[in-house]
Design a protein around this ligand. Structure first.
Ligand code: F0G
Length: 458
């Protein structure tokens, strides 16, 4: 028999999580205005809201915390982080930031101006937010296959090169400075981008004289998929694949709360000194001095160690196979999911799960509400609420997909927890025809509304 994918670590410390009754959960979600971000974490049994900053650090990372150098300038922790970034991603220059969106804020202050277009593969919401805040437009050039949840395409994060070239051809050159490639692509279901596609994006960028930015929150998971699904990469190490991936990028932003397995942290990596120097000014203004940029020395140490652990094959295999374990269980129960399973999360297709709920009533928000009531599990809507209103017309935007994401924190839950999640969602699926109406908005913010929106049942 083939041996199962057992975890490449064992547990040294545990944290108690609380169960609750259905009646309590019905009351709590109502009090939370049907917005799962408003729940207190102790009202949640299994928290799959995000895999961001929710991972379990290793004994080695905690040891690094003790070794942190908290000097304002020139801390050894900064150099530890610098060396890890150079060794793993290959970038000579970097700026620490407190998290991923801070990296976007700093970098886009240099690269994005009013009226610009920023083509890419389904930009993450903060990336899009930082583009739109500067009165520029994110153009989604993802391959069409990504929007068919049942189509098994091994690299659904890929950019359609024709769509990309069309944009570059049509738009005056000064309006486009760079192309964003999100690896893996969170918004299209945690789907990877192939090495071939990265290479082609590089060629197109060179042809039109554009920069390539990798939004790299989950670059290691992307590398794992390249190893598993990309021809010719079976025998390469994750580190070799990562090196090649980044060789096609000019600049990277990273939310280290994902693949660097830390609770807080981020950075921008640069190849070009001039661009780095421009960004330094904004980093000092927004984040902090060059050698700490919004991070404690101890956190930079843990991050450097986490980058190394996050790019080890055995860790990645147990991580991604745990996500697939949940996916397989749900598939067996008949629950409609995005296929293939994502790297960090399982995405449930709300339009197929709840076909009777019109899109104006936010079916992808109804699903996490019902899942929470059923089993105390917290997922998140990736649909019309998250898509915000059109900045010009102020109409609701309806993205191609309405999804509920269940993101799995790294090294935190066991497969017994996954079984609980699967059964809870299967129970909701069984009573799906009884769920006839959705939710309506009571109060919303003009941008990134899903975080604070207040809703009521219709
Ligand atoms: N880029 C991607 C692809 C992301 O998934 C995220 C965050 C960011 C940038 C921003 O990074 O949170 O450190 O500021 N994603 C989280 C999530 C929030 O739940 O998927 P951040």
């Amino acid at each position: 028999m083939k041996l199962p994918y057992a975890e490449s670590y064992k547990i040294k410390m545990v944290e108690t999580i609380k169960k609750s009754t259905r009646e309590e959960r019905e009351r709590w979600i109502k009090e939370a205005r049907y917005n799962l971000f408003n729940l207190r974490s102790d009202q949640v049994f299994i928290d799959l809201l995000t895999d961001s900053g929710t991972g379990a650090m290793s004994d080695k990372q905690w040891s690094e915390i003790m070794l942190g150098d908290e000097s304002y300038a020139g801390a050894s922790s900064y150099y530890k982080m610098k060396e890890a970034i150079k060794e793993i991603c290959g970038f000579d220059y970097f700026l620490p930031t407190h998290q991923g969106r801070a990296a976007e804020n700093v970098l886009f202050s240099v690269l994005v101006k009013e009226g610009d277009l920023v083509p890419g593969n389904s930009h993450f919401d903060t990336t899009k937010g930082h583009i739109e805040l500067r009165k520029a437009t994110a153009v989604d050039c993802t391959i069409d296959e990504a929007f068919d949840t049942t189509n098994y395409h091994p690299f659904k994060g890929n950019i359609n090169i024709n769509k990309l070239e069309d944009v570059l051809k049509k738009v005056p050159s000064e309006k486009i400075t760079f192309i964003v490639v999100t690896v893996t692509c969170n918004s299209s279901g945690g789907q990877p981008v192939s090495m071939q596609n990265l290479r082609e994006i590089r060629e197109v960028a060179d042809k039109y004289g554009k920069l390539v930015l990798f939004d790299s929150a989950r670059f290691a998971e992307n590398a794992y998929f390249i190893k598993k699904r990309g021809k010719g990469y079976e025998d390469k190490t994750i580190r070799e694949i990562v090196k090649e991936m980044f060789s096609y990028a000019d600049v990277m932003t990273m939310s280290c709360k994902k693949d660097a397995i830390v609770n807080m942290g981020g950075f921008i990596g640069f190849r070009n000194e001039e661009l780095f120097n421009k960004a330094v000014v904004y980093n000092i203004l927004f984040e902090g001095y060059v050698t700490y940029g919004g991070m404690s020395g101890r956190d930079m140490n843990a991050l450097a160690q986490g980058l190394k652990e996050g790019t080890e094959f055995d860790y990645l295999e147990s991580r991604i196979e745990q996500v697939a374990y949940l996916g397989k269980k749900l598939t067996d129960y008949g629950v409609p999911l995005i296929l293939p399973y994502g790297g960090h999360a399982i995405f449930v297709d709300a339009l197929r799960f709840l076909p009777n709920i019109p899109r104006e009533e936010f079916p992808a928000q109804v699903l996490p509400i019902e899942l929470y009531i059923e089993g105390g599990v917290r997922g998140v809507e990736i649909g019309a609420l998250m898509a915000d209103r059109d900045p010009v017309t102020r109409e609701n935007r309806f993205p191609e997909l309405e999804l509920m994401r269940m993101a799995i924190p790294r090294r935190v839950y066991t497969n017994n927890h996954m079984d609980h999640v699967a059964v809870a969602l299967a129970n909701v699926y069984e009573r799906r025809n009884k769920i006839k109406r959705g939710v309506k908005i009571i109060k919303e913010a003009p941008i990134l509304r899903h975080f604070t929106v207040e809703l009521d049942r219709i």
